[in-house]
Design a protein around this ligand. Sequence first.
Ligand code: SF4
Length: 190
Amino acid sequence: MQRSKKIVLLSHCILNANSKIIGYSQYPGVFKEIVDIIDRLDLGMIQLPCPEILACGMKRWGKTKDQYDTKHYREMCRDILRPVVEQIYAYDKVGYEIVGVIGVDGSPSCGVNKTCLGKSQYGSISNFKTIEEIADSIIEADDPGIFMEEFMQLLTDEGFQLPFIGINEEDVFDSIESVENFLVSHTEAQ
Ligand code: SF4
């Protein structure tokens, strides 16, 4: 019986680009280059749920972290993450290793080190004269998105300390090397 007993967790859209907001994906289905690295290292994968599809469906607009920052959305994120934490618990109990979590930097939900905030991006869209004006009102912040924030807290509450990394949503191919280094170092470290 062959198995590595090592597992990595990934944001949903790394394995299913179809979940991203329309017009925002740089690969058609799976992010193959990342999956190839995971395969080379003999890691299993757990696909995290996509919180934005569950909350807003496939006709959603791009939103910012502060727009998603409601008690309801945070509780929904925790609800869908609890079964994931239970899986981590089950694997951990029999000595399997969870190598880490790969999120999506820039996302209001799945950002790890970067997310986006809206300076004044709310109210009627007619308050804005141009698309550029809306785009200009969005700023980058060095924080996790709501979903990852809740995931980190749930893991801490359950006594797990996992390393996290985010792929750069603006240019996903720019992150291949850093994800490889992250996975190699955390696989070797265990
Ligand atoms: S970044 Fe997160 S919320 Fe956005 S599409 Fe991917 S899985 Fe869904």
